[in-house]
Design a protein around this ligand. Structure first.
Ligand code: ADP
Ligand code: MG
Length: 328
């Protein structure tokens, strides 16, 4: 018997593509951060994210409000990666009968807090009993700005790879909490990631941005998705990855490379995108006048090889993958 664990999350998603019929109102189907459909004359953007007690969160470690914030942030970030605006959340919950009401109230409060910050409202959901542990499923629905959206595919050979902000802080925060390290800002980055909604919309509107993804599984893996979607290779220059000061300092305590947290950690919810090299100065200047968040060139796309290289060395896709031994 072959199991889902044998093949892993991404091979499984590839397998189920055959059940998803193509139709001309489905503009983007399985394989991107969110689907884009033409519905009632409008373009609608939809994504779904789950968080399971014992897999994604532990109630004795995370505050219920933070759990709620984070699962909502994952969905809003996928909408941001399409360059769209989040509008609605459909929220389903499964809980064992002895689950405390105040825990569930707090999960909802966290979801609502994140949603309110992005003018997104909860419009419904489903409630059911779970045999064990809380399961949260968030469907996030958004709209495009003027019919424009970004996809994971579309990078061209010679394009530059850029990232917003300072990746790696969330994974370092998770590590810090697990090992009882005093790094409250990193731990906060882990529990309260901020999706880059305005930035994603702005970038998608810019003609020089050819492809985009949010960094939920680590830069290596998510950049790998951009390369794969374009049928190209990416070489990341690890020395260019922008590291926050607190992440650099954290290395001094843990003797672990901050670059590793950025490349193989996850849940930063920064955006990684491909941009035309000819217009890169203008893009960076224009972005800089609009946002305080930095954007940094960290690599380039090439048609001379496929897959991911780091500092010229080929690397198998790493990062967070469910079902794989070693993933947690
Ligand atoms: P992200 O990390 O951006 O949330 P995922 O890796 O979860 O993206 O999903 C990648 C793509 O696979 C998305 O288009 C998603 O809709 C699709 N997908 C994931 N799981 C399933 C499933 N069980 N059935 C159908 N599509 C799925
Ligand atoms: Mg995503």
């Amino acid at each position: 018997m072959t199991t889902i664990g044998d093949i892993g999350e991404f091979a499984f998603i590839d397998r189920i593509r055959r059940f998803a019929q193509e139709r001309n109102d489905v503009l983007v189907g399985i394989g991107d951060d969110a689907a884009v459909v033409r519905c009632g004359g409008e373009m609608v953007v939809v994504t779904s994210d789950m968080a399971i007690e014992g897999v994604h969160f532990l109630l004795d470690r995370a505050a219920p409000k933070d759990i709620g914030w984070k699962v909502a942030a994952a969905g809003v970030s996928d909408i941001a990666a399409m360059g769209a605006a989040p509008k609605y959340i459909v929220l389903s919950i499964a809980a064992p009968p002895d689950c405390s009401l105040s825990t569930l109230d707090d999960v909802y409060a966290g979801i609502e807090e994140l949603a309110r910050g992005f003018e997104t409202v909860i419009i419904g959901g489903d409630t059911t009993r779970s045999p064990q542990g809380i399961v949260i499923d968030v469907i996030t629905i958004g709209e495009t700005i003027g019919g424009v959206y970004a996809t994971r595919s579309g990078a061209r050979s010679g394009d530059l790879l850029l990232v917003t902000g300072h990746p790696g802080r969330s994974a370092a925060g998770r590590h810090a909490q697990e090992y009882g390290q005093n790094a409250s800002e990193l731990i906060r980055a882990h529990y309260r990631p901020v999706p880059r909604v305005a930035e994603g919309q702005w970038l998608a509107q810019h003609g020089s941005v050819h492809a985009m993804i949010d960094v939920s599984d680590g830069l290596a893996q998510d950049a790998g998705h951009l390369a794969e979607a374009a049928g190209l290779g990416i070489d990341i220059d690890s020395s260019e990855i922008p590291l926050a000061d607190d992440l650099k300092e954290y290395r001094a305590v843990r003797n672990r490379s901050p670059i590793d947290f950025a490349l193989y950690g996850g849940e930063d919810y920064e955006l990684a995108f491909a941009a035309d090299p000819v217009e890169i100065d203008k893009l960076c200047n224009d972005f800089g006048t609009e946002f305080e968040l930095p954007i940094t060139v960290i690599g380039s796309f090439s048609d001379h090889f496929k897959g991911l290289r780091i500092d010229g060395d080929p690397l198998h896709k790493c990062g967070y993958e469910h079902f794989r031994a070693g993933s947690d």
